[in-house]
Design a protein around this ligand. Structure first.
Ligand code: ASP
Length: 352
């Protein structure tokens, strides 16, 4: 579609494609750290400052790669690896627990230039699930691996493996206990190797429960070569059961990228994002209906997701460097940067 429009435009206006090319920023980056009921006054100033600093650090890592001419895929991996190591997010260390008291991690990555993609679900010992997703894309003939097999592949690829207790945080364990209590389910033993129990800040737990935060992380990047890529990493939802897998590792639901339209990464209650194929649907509206990125994102999140009573949001980016985000929760940790521009870091719904 876009090629067709460009061809049609170049016939009528020979200079138009060049002008479009000149408008495109050299590179661009948009990041989320999860959506939820995040309201002003509900977070301590220290916690808010920690999130803002962490989102800025995420932009800095992406900028370093993209400014130096690195690929969108390299930028995504660099940004997400850092977030997987940061216990603020529900990805890698700091991931939420399953009802059985495990951290089962999901991630995916997609290359908009080739539509190549890789995804992993339910891994428990890989320090950086996003790197494993990329290895699946680049080093296997499959797109999606899960559980033990995915971990065997990770070992074969020489990726960094950690004990499951690496992902443990007291805050998430305490949230699990509360959730299981509410559901009337038994509390499992603390994971082997977890540190001794520490007192937790009950104010923070109250806020976590009230805020119903997601904390998944995701990135869409555009590199100097004009290629889009998207990636997402998560621990899923607290007290998930029976090998539950959410949208984050499902291409087209939680992650999608195509140079013909856009890249998207999502966060929210994954079941709804799977049913609506949120990420690819936004890109299809851009590609086939000619909607602007923001209009497409708003149609899917504000109208369609809301109509299903789903909650969450997305960040998105086109190969022309247009950036959009949309969420139907009170807040979403989010940040963006384009070459030569000023960084934007926002949390609440009433910010830019
Ligand atoms: N979308 C994720 C899932 O359902 C959760 C999140 O966004 O935090 O697994």
């Amino acid at each position: 579609m876009r090629n067709f429009i460009l061809a049609a435009m170049s016939a009528a206006l020979p200079t138009a494609p060049q002008a479009l090319g000149q408008d495109r920023p050299d590179w661009a980056l948009v990041v989320h750290g999860g959506a939820g009921v995040i309201e002003r006054g509900a977070m301590t100033p220290e916690t808010e400052a920690a999130y803002r600093a962490s989102m800025q650090a995420a932009l800095d890592r992406g900028e370093t790669v993209l400014e130096a001419g690195g690929s969108a895929l390299d930028a995504i991996e660099a940004v997400i690896q850092g977030m997987e190591d940061d216990p603020l997010y529900n990805a890698g260390r700091g991931a939420v627990f399953t009802a059985a008291g495990r951290n089962e991690l999901d991630a995916s990555i997609m290359d908009g230039a080739t539509l190549n993609a890789g995804a992993v679900a339910g891994v428990t010992q890989v320090r950086h699930p996003i790197t494993l997703a990329r290895a699946v894309m680049e080093e296997s003939r499959h797109v999606m691996l899960q559980g033990e097999g995915a971990e065997t592949f990770a070992v074969e690829q020489g990726l960094e493996m950690v004990a499951p207790a690496h992902f443990f945080t007291e805050r998430r364990w305490a949230s699990l206990e509360r959730t299981l209590d509410r559901l009337g389910l038994d509390i499992p033993p603390r994971p082997e190797g977890a540190p001794d129990p520490e007192p937790v800040d009950h104010g923070m737990l109250d806020r976590d429960a009230r805020e119903h935060r997601f904390g998944t992380v995701g990135v869409v990047a555009l590199d100097r070569a004009g290629n889009i890529a998207a990636g997402t990493s998560t621990g899923g939802t607290t007290a998930k059961r029976w090998g539950r897998v959410g949208d984050s590792p499902i291409l087209g639901a939680g992650t999608y990228a195509s140079n013909e339209s856009c890249g998207v990464s999502a966060t929210g209650t994954g079941e709804f994002f799977i049913r609506l194929t949120v990420a690819s649907r936004i890109c299809a509206l851009v590609e086939f209906q000619g909607l602007s990125l923001q209009a497409a994102a708003d149609q899917v999140i504000q109208d369609e997701l809301t109509a299903l009573e789903g909650d969450g949001g997305i960040v998105a980016l086109t190969p022309q460097g247009d950036i959009a985000w949309s969420f139907n929760t009170p807040g979403m940790y989010r940040a963006s940067l384009t070459a030569g521009g000023k960084p934007v870091v926002s949390i609440y719904g009433d910010e830019d």
